[in-house]
Ligand binder design. Structure first.
Ligand code: SF4
Length: 87
């Protein structure tokens, strides 16, 4: 029987901190507190995928200095916390 791989937490790097803050998934800046918020709203089985997806979103679209909101699939639902003045 194969071992199930169950993640025990989410990685919170600079991209995940920035993107999830802008999306309104957290109001925290401390990585430990950000993780606490994210694991409440993202199902555990999706933690690994969500981490990779958010990092790539941060690298390709939701850039630190100038997020490309015009080409973002999340624009309709994103409150753009901390990003409006940087467009
Ligand atoms: S709409 Fe803009 S601020 Fe929101 S996730 Fe997309 S790129 Fe980032």
């Amino acid at each position: 029987m194969p071992l199930e791989r169950i993640p025990t937490g989410m990685v919170v790097d600079t991209h995940i901190k920035r993107v999830t803050f802008r999306l309104g998934l957290t109001r925290e800046t401390n990585p430990v507190k950000v993780e606490r918020d994210l694991v409440k709203v993202i199902p555990q089985k999706e933690w690994v995928f969500a981490g990779h997806a958010i990092v790539w979103h941060g690298r390709r679209i939701c850039h630190a200095r100038k997020p490309d909101c015009d080409h973002c699939v999340l624009e309709d639902i994103c409150p753009k916390h901390d990003a409006k003045e940087k467009k």
